[in-house]
Design a protein around this ligand. Sequence first.
Ligand SMILES: Nc1nc2c(c(=O)[nH]1)N[C@@H](CNc1ccc(C(=O)N[C@@H](CCC(=O)N[C@@H](CCC(=O)N[C@@H](CCC(=O)O)C(=O)O)C(=O)O)C(=O)O)cc1)CN2
Ligand SMILES: [Zn+2]
Length: 773
Amino acid sequence: MSTPFPTGTILGYPRIGRRRELKRAVEAFWRGEIDAPELESRGAALRRATRERLAELGLGRTDASIPESFSFYDHVLDAAVAVGAVPAADLTDYFAAARGDATRPALEMTKWFDSNYHYLVPEIGPETEFRLASTRIVAQFEEAVSQGFLTRPVIVGPVTLLALAKPSDAAPEGFRPLARLAELLPVYAELLEKLAAAGAEWVQLDEPALVSESLPESADELRAAAAAAYGMLGRLEARPQLFVAAPYAALDGTLATLAATAVEAIGLDLVRGAIPGSAGAELFDCTKDALKTKTLVGGVIDGHNIWRGDLAAAFAKLGLLRELSPRVAVSTSTSLLHVPHDVDDEPQLDGRLASWLAFADQKVGQVATLAKGLVEGASAIDGALAQASAALSDRFTAPGVRVPAVRDRLAALTPADFARAPYEERFAAQQTALGLPELPTTTIGSFPQTGEIRRARAALAKGELDEAGYTSAMRAEISRVVSLQEELGLDVLVHGEPERNDMVQYFAESLDGFAVTVNGWVQSYGSRCTRPSILWGDVSRPAPMTVEWSRYAQSLTSKPMKGMLTGPVTILAWSFVRDDQPLADTANQVALALRDEIADLEQAGIRIVQVDEPALRELLPLKRAAQPAYLDWSVSSFRLATGGAHTATQIHTHLCYSEFGVVIDAIRALDADVTSIEAARSRMEVVHDIRRSGFDHGVGPGVYDIHSPRVPSVAELTELLRTAAAAVTGEHQLWVNPDCGLKTRGYDETVTSLRNMVQATRAVREGADKIAV
Ligand SMILES: Nc1nc2c(c(=O)[nH]1)N[C@@H](CNc1ccc(C(=O)N[C@@H](CCC(=O)N[C@@H](CCC(=O)N[C@@H](CCC(=O)O)C(=O)O)C(=O)O)C(=O)O)cc1)CN2
Ligand SMILES: [Zn+2]
């Protein structure tokens, strides 16, 4: 008799640690302060604490309900290393693959589905040799066993690993890594056999690629791959039972594909997707029959947001799932990687707001509650369901959630509020107002966030430094950054953003309708974390947010100083957002606050304002049918934010994190006067996309990659600029800038890189007649 699937589980748990212990440990290792054995032992201590905590919160110690989802840096990298696709003999190699070193550049990093988590993109070609190169996950399972746990190892599935990989440099034109599936599967088979031999009852294979319509592979191709993969792995003799999880959206027709294989359990995201067989999610009879033999793991607790939510509705979904199979379990919709650890760890949060929230630990508690309901019947959890419902009603009616003045202002908007004067008119007015040279040089906003800056902010928070002391420290930094830019010869300056802990949290701290956390860290990539703000009520701006810093910065120079704001879509994407009204309405509330800020910046003498929207692509729905509506409201909110700017005020926007192809029309529709865009890692490919799209406003394709400490040479920058200048000709202006903000870089490399950038620009300007037009 094999062990049944646990009645309650989660797809994964935060791995950074309640106090960012993992960040501290890996960064200490990188600095050479601790050695590999010490890092290993700190990792082990964290894993042990996680298992103990999850058991305390109600997951079973020995029923495979605790996921083994630890990673030192990234779970996609872990899977790629395990199958030999990315060579890494030890931890030093492993981090070198992630971050680059003297011998190799870092792997590319990109967004994990529609989240603010970034994974490393493995490079796979016809030459890649797959072999079981690391059994770290087996060792972790054995480590758990030695502590008295029977956990459930979690691995990125073979289809997702290949679908997320990119072709290696050696691959021929048109090659897709998924073509290597047949050679990869035996390695997964070997790993599964080793896990079975170690005593694993269940293994979780994460296959979010199966829900996405935003990958190069078509749904048919992904389905065929899933059929091949789980057909083969299902037929293995000595294997653990397989749980295939499909988080982030509905499985749609791929559910039938998985149902037809021998996998024992299927995880459905029932927060994003409907119950199979319900309206709009039809099921054929043969699939219905096949599902009766599977455990259906209902992801009814939202892993991607922090609301306590409607627990009774979640339980009702499980009831509907039971009509499809006698074996139903409750889970989170996604890994809890996207949420902070514990609401009870936020003493500064308003008690009423806190009662509406569930972070990872509270969500585990919710899973345990619903599991109890599944086993003992609804009456056993009546009280808990009623409490959650009461908190939900309280949330919808509390003061600040619906503010009449904010709502009246939104209701009174007209189409004119979303449009500026025609571009040609703006262009002429701005040329007169700004008098910029050809190929104007600028940066994206932030300068390096030094330890000194962060320490000043920490001292302010602890009361060791007063407001005046903090302001003068930040002003001193702004003044240094302005002098540096003048010395470098840049044309459009920035103040450097030293006063911002984060480009979203900073605004959340000064807007009504938001709350911020103290310990609510969420991993963004590797050791980097953010504390997403909580957007719980109607948004308004009690006072100007950036004006005094910008006014001060402009007072130091006669060159134009860019005002620097974060756009509505990005503020939403990087916060936890209320779910009681359409995102479009929330975005427009944020937009109005930004619109007022732009007016105040103009009053303060600022002639250029940049409104960053790096997350425009991130929030794009995974399902095609939902994309047009998203693009419509996201573009509108940006236009509302910027639509009040004077004709002579130049509006810039900035986007990063690649794959612009699909959103290029939306970028054009933003109608920003100048758009700076990540391009260096793709060697300016994006410039051609821009040209093909008929984009005719100003554009600044990033000429160097700020995610790497490497300093680009003048020669290489000149070459890139010539490429860009040849592609971007016509009525609009080409701008020269790095890929993104410089906050994660050090000063040494920043200064040299910018110096080279300015020198390359001068070379291209002087040789302008030699550029093909
Ligand atoms: N929200 C968000 N998402 C984003 C980005 C972004 O900038 N913001 N950029 C892209 C890439 N993602 C990134 C995410 C985080 C960081 C990052 O640098 N994070 C910092 C924290 C930034 C922060 O909030 N800093 C605070 C708190 C800093 C801190 O840790 N202070 C120390 C004390 C000070 C000291 O001694 O250093 C402490 O609390 O222990 C501040 O400056 O005030 C980190 O992990 O280290 C960078 C890029 C995409 N998504
Ligand atoms: Zn950026």
